[in-house]
Design a protein around this ligand. Structure first.
Ligand SMILES: NC(=O)c1ccc[n+]([C@@H]2O[C@H](COP(=O)([O-])OP(=O)(O)OC[C@H]3O[C@@H](n4cnc5c(N)ncnc54)[C@H](OP(=O)(O)O)[C@@H]3O)[C@@H](O)[C@H]2O)c1
Length: 167
């Protein structure tokens, strides 16, 4: 499985149920990476999607103990075990964990790769990703050049885990 996430300088990822900011080029990158694939998210992240609608052209799986599955093509898994059963139907390389904090923390040990967009600013945040630079299982494999959007610097990085659990 893979993770895709955008973090600020403090590895902050969200505030009051929303992203810290939206960088159009990063949104495009997220779409390119996940289109045609399986995206796994928590109920709070699902509810933050525009119009609370699933992401188009992707298999949307939401982890929630009590959310009622909307009509519109969302698979709801009520426990981690049920999620793992569901995920057996797909190629592990096609599965992207897309957040938020609670789901990242539970699924990080099962992920082999993480695509981390780093934003070189600090924002008020109440949700965080694990600092992979301080995690000995994870190694930075590549980093793009720094780009700028509205004066904000950001870059794309890819980390690999050398000690992940099989699903
Ligand atoms: N920067 C980024 O790349 C990025 C990406 C995604 C999200 N975010 C941000 O992250 C924040 C949301 O993160 P969050 O940690 O609050 O919420 P979350 O992880 O999106 O969702 C948490 C919810 O998922 C369900 N859940 C989690 N583990 C479960 C389990 N083992 N069994 C059953 N249900 C489970 C529960 O839903 P129920 O309460 O319904 O049971 C739980 O309340 C938002 O601010 C969002 O914008 C940022």
């Amino acid at each position: 499985m893979k993770i895709i996430v955008s973090v600020d300088r403090n590895w902050g990822i969200g505030y009051q149920g929303q992203l810290l900011l939206r960088i159009p080029e990063d949104m495009k990158f997220f779409k390119q990476m996940t289109i045609g694939k399986v995206v796994v998210m928590g109920r709070v992240t699902f509810e933050s999607l525009p119009g609370k609608q699933p992401l188009k052209e992707r298999t949307n799986i939401v982890l929630s103990s009590n959310m009622v599955a909307p009509d519109s093509g969302v698979i709801v898994c009520r426990t981690l075990d049920l999620l793992f059963q569901e995920l057996k139907k797909y190629k592990t390389d096609d599965i992207f964990v897309i957040g938020g904090e609670k789901v990242f923390r539970q699924l990080l040990p099962y992920c082999r790769e993480a695509y981390v967009t780093k934003i070189n600013n600090a924002y008020p945040a109440d949700r965080f990703f694990v600092n992979l630079d301080e995690n000995e299982d994870w190694k930075l494999e590549s980093q793009s050049e720094w780009k700028t959007y509205n004066g904000i610097q950001f870059c794309y990085t890819r980390y690999e885990c050398h000690n992940y659990r099989q699903l």
